[in-house]
Design a protein around this ligand. Structure first.
Ligand SMILES: [Ca+2]
Ligand SMILES: [Ca+2]
Length: 389
C-alpha cells in the first residue's frame, strides 16, 4: 500500500511529456527483456547476387545458393513462417520456403514494381506500382488483392508490425511518410528536404528510421524528430551501397554492394565485417529471425490434462517412488511449491491446496497456462495442454 502510494506521488510529479518518455523507456526495456529471455532459433538473410538468390544463416555462417525457377528481382521474407516472397521477370509474384523449395506462383503482375514487403501479422505482401504509384497488396495465398492510390514516387516500404504502420520513402519529394496498414491516414514523418531517400528501414526498438540517400550514404533519424545522422557514408566499403536491412534487436546493419559483397556493422556504422564477397551486384537483401517457442504449463497439473486434482498428486508420487514409471515431459509442472525442485514436499503442498481450507494456493502459472515468472533449472519439453502455436 505504501509502495503504491509512493508510485502515485512520483507520477504526479512528472509532466505528461516526461511521463511518456518513462513509458517509452519501459516499453523498450520490456521488449529487450522479452527478446533476450526467448532463445533465438534462427537469424536468416537472403540476398540476390547477379540473379542468384542466396541464403545466409547468421548463427552458423552457412551460405547456400537457392535453386529457384527463374531469377528473383526483389525479395521479402517471413522467417518465423518459413516463407520467402519474390518477384521474377516476367510478371510473377512467387512464394517459396526459406530454402527456395515448395515454390508457389501467387499471382501474375504485368507492371513495374518498387520494393516488396511481407507483413506476417496480417499475412499480406505489399509493393508499389512503379508507373501509377499505387500501393498494391495480396494475402500470402495471392488472393484478396487491394489497391490504394497516391503513392507516386515511393522508393521503399518498411512495416512496423508492432504498431501497425507502413513507412514509405519518396525519392523525388525528399520525404518519409507513415500510413496505417490499409495505406490510409498519411502522416509526414519527414515532410521534405531529404536527398532522394530510398529503401526506408525501421528500428522498432530505438524508434528510428534509416534510409539510403542520393549520395549513397545510409542515414537515420528518430521517428519523433532529432538530427539527421549519416551512419555509413558512401565509400565506407568498396562499391556502391545497393540495399540494406536493420536488425533492431541486436542493433546491426547488413548491407549489399554493387561489387557483390555483403557487410555487417553496428547501427552506428562501426565494426564493419565482410560476410560475403565474390558475388556480382547485390540487388536485394532481406532479413528476419525466429525464436524458439518455450511451451507454457499449469503448475500442479502434473498429468498434463488441464485439471488440478488428486490424480496430479498420484502422478507426482508415482514419478518419485515407482521405479520404471514414465518420466514427465513437463517437469516444472510438478514443482507445486515453486522451490525449483521436485520432491515429496510438492505432493504435500498440492494435497494441502486441494483439501485443507486456508492453505496457500499454487503460484503462477496456475490455474491457467502461462510461463514461469521465476524460471529455474526445471524445464518443460512438451505440454499437451499448453502447446506452442
Ligand atoms: Ca491434472
Ligand atoms: Ca518443489
Amino acid at each position: 500500500m505504501i509502495k503504491s502510494m509512493r508510485n502515485i506521488k512520483i507520477f504526479r510529479l512528472l509532466s505528461p511529456r516526461s511521463y511518456l518518455s518513462c513509458l517509452r523507456i519501459l516499453i523498450v526495456f520490456c521488449l529487450w527483456v522479452a527478446v533476450s529471455r526467448v532463445p533465438l532459433e534462427a537469424q536468416v538473410l537472403h540476398w540476390i547476387s547477379g540473379g542468384v538468390t542466396v541464403r545466409h544463416d547468421v548463427f552458423s555462417g552457412a551460405t547456400t545458393n537457392l535453386t529457384l525457377p527463374g531469377s528473383a528481382v526483389t525479395l521479402s521474407s517471413d522467417v518465423p513462417g518459413n516463407r520467402l516472397f519474390h518477384f521474377r521477370v516476367p510478371f510473377t509474384l512467387v512464394r517459396s520456403d526459406l530454402d527456395g523449395l515448395d515454390v508457389l506462383e501467387l499471382t501474375s503482375y504485368p507492371f513495374g514494381f518498387i520494393d516488396l514487403t511481407a507483413v506476417a501479422s496480417i499475412e499480406r505482401v505489399f509493393w508499389i506500382n512503379e508507373f501509377n504509384g499505387q500501393l498494391v497488396s495480396v494475402d500470402f495465398q495471392g488472393l484478396n488483392p487491394d489497391v490504394v492510390g497516391g503513392m507516386f514516387g515511393a522508393s521503399g516500404i518498411a512495416a512496423d508490425e508492432v504498431d501497425g504502420y507502413l513507412y514509405m520513402s519518396f525519392a523525388g519529394q525528399g520525404a518519409i511518410r507513415r500510413y496505417n496498414l490499409q495505406g490510409s491516414n498519411p502522416v509526414n514523418i519527414i515532410g521534405s528536404g531529404l536527398n532522394n531517400p530510398r529503401d526506408v528501414q525501421l528500428d522498432q526498438v530505438q524508434q528510428r528510421l534509416f534510409w539510403i540517400n542520393g549520395a549513397g550514404d545510409i542515414q537515420r533519424r528518430g521517428i519523433a524528430g532529432g538530427p539527421i545522422e549519416t551512419v555509413v557514408p558512401s565509400g565506407a566499403v568498396p562499391g556502391i551501397i545497393e540495399h540494406f536491412v536493420v536488425d533492431d534487436v541486436f542493433q546491426q546493419i547488413y548491407l549489399g554492394t554493387s561489387v557483390g559483397a555483403v557487410w555487417q556493422m553496428t547501427t552506428d556504422g562501426t565494426l564493419a565485417v565482410n560476410m560475403y564477397s565474390g558475388g556480382t551486384s547485390i540487388s536485394e537483401l532481406t532479413f528476419g529471425y525466429s525464436t524458439v517457442c518455450v511451451p507454457g504449463f499449469i503448475r500442479g497439473d502434473v498429468n498434463d490434462d488441464g485439471l488440478f486434482n488428486i490424480a496430479d498428486v498420484v502422478r507426482t508420487l508415482e514419478v518419485l517412488f515407482v521405479q520404471g514409471s514414465q518420466s514427465l515431459s513437463c517437469e516444472v509442472s510438478a514443482d507445486a511449491n515453486d522451490d525449483e525442485q521436485t520432491n515429496v514436499a510438492d505432493a504435500i503442498y498440492s494435497l494441502s491446496a486441494l483439501f485443507v481450507a486456508g492453505s496457500p494456493p499454487l503460484s503462477e502459472p496456475h490455474p491457467n497456462c502461462g510461463a514461469d515468472p521465476t524460471p529455474g533449472t526445471l524445464g518443460c519439453e512438451v505440454s499437451t495442454i499448453c502447446p506452442c502455436p
